[in-house]
Design a protein around this ligand. Structure first.
Ligand SMILES: [Zn+2]
Length: 106
């Protein structure tokens, strides 16, 4: 089924191709729920509940976009700074390891 509300034919950030398209859950207003996933991981979603004027939203940003890359770069830099602070602190090694383990999953 052709998507009617999602017009992006390839990822507008990196040019990746379409990987998957989903249409399901027809709303009582007659509009279908639409999703388009790109091979880079970006996901665009049209939600019929909000009406025909609603713009599709990005459920998952392109990991190759400048914005996402900038966020990851800043986070990585902060993580390195925190790790260096932990490593240079005077607390015991067990506690240092627990701190490093704690920030690994943020
Ligand atoms: Zn992309």
């Amino acid at each position: 089924m052709e998507l009617k509300h999602i017009k992006e034919e390839k990822c507008s950030d990196c040019g990746a191709a379409i990987a998957t398209e989903i249409t399901n859950q027809k709303h009582t207003n007659g509009l279908w729920n639409e999703e388009r996933h790109f091979t880079c991981g970006k996901r665009v979603h049209f939600i019929p509940n909000y009406g025909i004027d609603y713009e599709p939203r990005i459920d998952r940003e392109c990991p190759n976009s400048k914005r996402v890359k900038a966020i990851h770069s800043k986070r990585s830099k902060l993580n390195e700074q925190i790790t260096e602070l932990i490593n240079n602190s005077k607390v015991d090694g067990d506690y240092k390891q627990r701190l490093r383990d704690g920030i690994r999953f943020i």
